[in-house]
Structures are given as C-alpha cells and as structure tokens.
Design a protein around this ligand. Structure first.
Ligand code: CUA
Length: 326
C-alpha cells in the first residue's frame, strides 16, 4: 500500500513539473498566468463541487429511511475508497500548489528592463513619484513597459491594488515593499486601497495612466517647466497645492462634508472647536491648521489630519485660493 501511495505521489509531481518549470523561467506577463490560474481553480472547484453535491442529493433520496424500524447498513471501512479519496485530492492540491507557486514567482520577479517609481500611502490618498522625481497625487503616469512600484506608507497600513494588472501589495509604515506590472497598452487603470485604513478608506482611489513613450517624455518636460515657472498667481498656486498635497482626499471644494469639512467659502466663516470656543476662519487660522492640525481641532471631525510644513508663500497661496471658492 505504501508503494502505491509513493508511486501516485511521484505521478503527481511528474504532472506538476511543467508548472514548476515555468516558475523557474522568466515569464513576462503575470496577467496571463494569473488568468490561466484563475480558470484552473474555477474549473477544479466547480468539478469538485458537483462531484460532491450531485451524489449527495441523490443519496439523500435513495437512502431515506422508509420504515420506522428500518436499520441502516453497518459499514466499517473500505481501504480502496479511503486511499482514493486521500490520494486524488492530494494530487489536485499538489498541482494547484505548483501552479500557485509559478504565478507567485511571476508576480515577485521583476524583469530586468523596468523603470522604477514610488508610491506612498497616506490617510487618504497616494503620493506618487516618477523616476525623474516628479510628485503627483492619486495619479501615476508611466510610459509603456515594465514598471516596478516601490511602496511604503506615512501613517497606517494601506494596500496598493491594481486590479487590471492582477496585483496588489501592502504599504507598510517604516517598511519598503514593492510590486510590478507590465504596462502594455496606453490607457487609464484604476488603483484603490485594499486595506481598511480608516474613515476615508473608500475614498482612496487613484489611477495609473499608461502613456506612449513620446507622450510621457513630453509630460515630463512640461512638469519640469511648470515647476520652474514662478509667474503663477497665488490663487493658481494655491489650487495646485490643494490638489498636489492630497487635501481633496478628505475635504471637498464643492460643499459636501467628507472626512473633513468642505473648504469652499470656509474663509470668513466661524466654526466651533472641540472645547466649545468659537473661532473665525481667517488666513492665520488656515496656516495654523495646516501646520499643526491637532492644536485646534474642529468639533465633530476627530484628529485625522496630518501636519504639513509649508513655505510662508505656500500657506498664503492656499488661503488666497480658498478665498476664491464659494
Ligand atoms: Cu488606505 Cu484603505
């Protein structure tokens, strides 16, 4: 009997060798191998489900007790059947395991030709850094090709999920993790946070924008030009800052209350603080609030806002922009 089991195990290994072999090679498209893997699991699950359920329903009717004094057959055991239902699932599991291992390797091994970008999670949004050091919020622009994304977090654990590329990875504060994907077609692909991280978790939405190399180069050139352009008005600078710093993850400028109060028309209003005092929202308050949000918490909004140390002109620009909003 032992011999029989060993022989079957060897057969199972032999069947899974092709999968193990792909795992050793460099596979360029994890999406394809993931899809294939998903199909295999789906087929196996459905077959196993039917093999169990159909006889189950049939036996429920066939062996239903028909008379009150009827006794069921007393079955002690059946070695052949027990070996069968141990070995067959074992083979299936070894095969699925080998294939999972192959997909796992595809997802972890970054091909040699790749560009490297960085994404940092925060409550509630993603900071992205291009290889040229251009920072964007909730938008990652990459040229067509393989992209390695280095991940970390500023505060709590987030998860960078890219459903179109069948990959995701946790963003852990104080730790560096990564994922990679093959950007083949120009277009926009959704990114979302897949780890519950607080009140604004569901608002952590972003996108990957895959561009043709020429378009990407033009974008990089324009971004660099823009940052050197000092001729912007304070209002435009302020609008740009509010967008780039990720303020809109928690504050709307359209009037609705998100994790934080709406920002439009807020300058000139008065708000109640947690300790009951009333404050007038003016430029000085805006500056203080951005630099040290916990100093004067507004009633009903908790203490989630992270501090941001900015230059004096930047605080002024934000206040100038907020004044233009109604
Ligand atoms: Cu960040 Cu959920």
């Amino acid at each position: 009997m032992l011999k029989q089991v060993v022989r079957l195990l060897m057969a199972a290994l032999y069947v899974s060798i092709p999968y193990a072999a792909t795992a050793a090679e460099r596979v360029v498209d994890p999406v394809a191998s993931w899809n294939k893997h998903f199909k295999t699991w789906a087929v196996v699950s459905i077959v196993v489900y039917l093999v169990v359920t159909i006889p189950l329903i049939y036996f429920v009717f066939k062996y239903k007790r028909k008379r009150k004094d009827e006794n069921g057959a007393y079955i002690v055991g059946n070695t052949a059947i027990e070996i069968l239902w141990t070995v067959v699932p074992m083979i299936i599991i070894i095969m699925l395991g080998a294939q999972s291992w192959a997909v796992f390797n595809d997802l972890r091994d970054v091909p040699k030709d790749h560009i490297e970008v960085k994404a940092v999670g925060f409550m509630y949004g993603f900071e992205m850094y291009s290889p040229e050091g251009i920072k964007t919020i909730n938008e990652l622009r990459v040229p067509v090709g393989n992209v390695k994304v280095n991940l970390t977090s500023k505060d709590v654990i987030h998860d960078f999920a890219l459903p179109a590329f069948r990959t995701r990875e946790d963003m852990v504060p104080g730790e560096n993790t990564y994922l990679w994907f093959a950007a083949k077609e120009p277009g926009e692909y959704p990114v979302y946070c897949a780890e519950y991280c607080g009140a604004g978790h569901s608002q952590m939405l972003a996108k990957v924008i895959v561009m043709k190399q020429d378009d990407y180069d033009a974008w990089v050139k324009k971004q660099k030009g823009d940052s050197e352009m000092a001729s912007l008005t304070p209002e435009t600078k302020g609008k740009d800052l509010v967008e780039r710093l990720g303020c809109l993850g928690c504050h709307s400028i359209t009037g609705e209350t998100k994790a934080g109060p709406a920002l439009n028309g807020i300058i000139g209003k008065s708000e109640e603080l947690e300790d009951g005092t009333k404050v007038a929202i003016d430029e000085a308050f805006v500056k203080e609030k951005i630099a040290d949000p916990k100093a004067k918490p507004i009633k009903g909004f908790g203490h989630m806002m992270p501090p941001n140390m900015l230059a004096k002109e930047e605080y002024e620009a934000i206040a100038a922009y907020l004044k233009t909003t109604k």
